[in-house]
Design a protein around this ligand. Structure first.
Ligand code: ZN
Length: 284
């Protein structure tokens, strides 16, 4: 499940593979960039902003089609992508077999002399002048894994919507950027808060925000996402993905509710639909 930590890891993979390198070829298999050629561009680096990936480059191709974004050809450009539920980037050595996903899911290929970066099932692929990145990510709240993480601002933004169910508010990237369904469910379990509690009734909002930051930070740098402290298969979550299985704390069957693509798992005993549920609050 690509959440802030996965996207942070992905940015690091791309940064290590491409930063400081000149692109020797590119292949965009998305309609909006089908005729774009980034051959000759130099990659500055790649960063994550919440769940968005920003690959920064300079000197894009002199020749691109009329559909390519207008802008300063000598300036700085950003290739934006979003993984949503199912996207991924992989870096390979030249000549290495691309084993990440089926070939028909490939959306972007970027080649250098030393590496090939392949983007699978990417969403919102766009090439914009770096100066206009804000149009893509400016709406985001404080980035849980960003260098400028601001807990107080995240709390302020959440608190500004006191009637919004907290499960929904945590997913709203305008409040804080990086939490997806998995961490939403796990955070609320750890804090003993029902996902349907209005934000204004959450007992300790700063504590919830602080735990969100610690949970994502603890998972940064590895691909297995765990909220329990265990990296063993089947033991990495308290409630997420555990419908009808006994709660690890009280034994009650974990429940699941589907609201479109916003799946919620919770323990009705540990997370009663009123404030005052028991808190565990450990990451392990
Ligand atoms: Zn329970």
């Amino acid at each position: 499940m690509p959440e802030g930590d996965t996207v942070w890891n992905t940015a690091r993979v791309l940064d290590r593979a491409l930063a400081g390198r000149r692109l020797t070829g590119s292949d965009f298999r998305v309609p909006q960039l089908a005729t774009t050629d980034l051959t000759g561009a130099t990659v500055h680096g790649c960063v994550s902003r919440g769940k968005h990936l920003l690959l920064r480059l300079t000197s894009p191709p002199a020749e691109s089609s009329a559909e390519a974004p207008a802008g300063d050809r000598d300036g700085a450009w950003t290739l934006h992508s979003h993984l949503r539920m199912d996207g991924a980037w992989r870096a390979y050595a030249p000549g290495e077999r691309w084993t990440g996903r089926p070939a028909h899911l490939i959306r972007v290929v970027l080649r250098t002399a030393d590496a090939v970066a392949v983007g699978y099932h990417l969403h919102e692929v766009a090439l914009v002048p770096t100066a206009e990145e804000d149009a893509l990510v400016g709406h985001l709240g404080p980035d849980l894994l960003g260098p400028d993480w601001d807990a107080a601002e995240a709390v302020r933004r959440l608190a500004a919507g006191p009637t919004v169910p907290v499960g929904e508010a945590l997913l709203d990237q305008r409040n804080l950027a990086g939490v997806g369904n998995l961490y939403k469910c796990e955070l609320l379990f750890l804090r003993g808060v029902s996902p349907w509690t209005p934000v204004g009734e959450v007992p300790d909002l700063p504590g919830l925000v602080d735990l969100a930051q610690r949970l994502l930070a603890a998972n940064r740098g590895r691909w297995t996402q765990s909220s329990t402290g265990s990296l063993r298969r089947g033991e990495t979550s308290y409630v997420y993905g555990r419908r009808a299985q006994p709660c690890r704390r009280c034994g009650t069957a974990v429940r699941k509710r589907d609201l479109g693509d916003r799946v919620t798992y919770w323990c009705p005993t540990c997370q009663p639909e009123r404030p005052g549920g028991t808190q565990i609050d450990t990451i392990g």
